[in-house]
Design a protein around this ligand. Structure first.
Ligand SMILES: [Zn+2]
Length: 139
């Protein structure tokens, strides 16, 4: 891996009850803002900032994790399309935004970032329900 975590990596830290699953080289968490239901982050366990820094085998393992998570989101939320995004402008630690999108969501068909909005953090009972549903779909 290249480099070590710094304070910007901590921006990816979600509340403990948002943890969904540990995968081969990453972990999946429910994003705190649930304006788009099922929005998750898949975060590389080790620090790296660019996909091209990863070995081919590691990259393959990461893509497996991405697909496993996205398939579960598809099962639970029945989206029109799963969106996949790797930006890293605010937190360079490699992570994927996995967003189940619906043709009737407020930003469709534009990227979720094109829709300025107040963060919608669900109550903990709803977080538990979403986390459980996604976990069940991973089995
Ligand atoms: Zn990091």
């Amino acid at each position: 891996m290249v480099g070590t975590c710094d304070e910007r990596c901590r921006l990816l830290k979600m509340p403990a009850d948002h943890a969904i699953a540990e995968f081969g080289v990453s972990h999946l968490v429910l994003y705190d803002d649930q304006t788009f239901p099922g929005y998750c982050l898949l975060i590389l366990r080790e620090h790296a900032t660019e996909l091209f820094h990863l070995t081919p085998a590691f990259r393959t393992a990461l893509l497996e994790d991405v697909c496993r998570a996205a398939e579960a989101l598809q099962r639970v939320f029945r989206p029109t399309k799963v969106n996949y995004a790797v930006l890293g402008n605010q937190s360079p630690h490699l992570h994927w935004h996995l967003v189940p999108r619906r043709a009737d969501d407020p930003a469709w068909p534009r990227p979720v970032w094109s829709h300025p909005h107040e963060k919608q953090v669900p109550p903990s009972a709803r977080v538990r329900e979403l986390v459980r549903a996604i976990r069940d779909a991973l089995r």
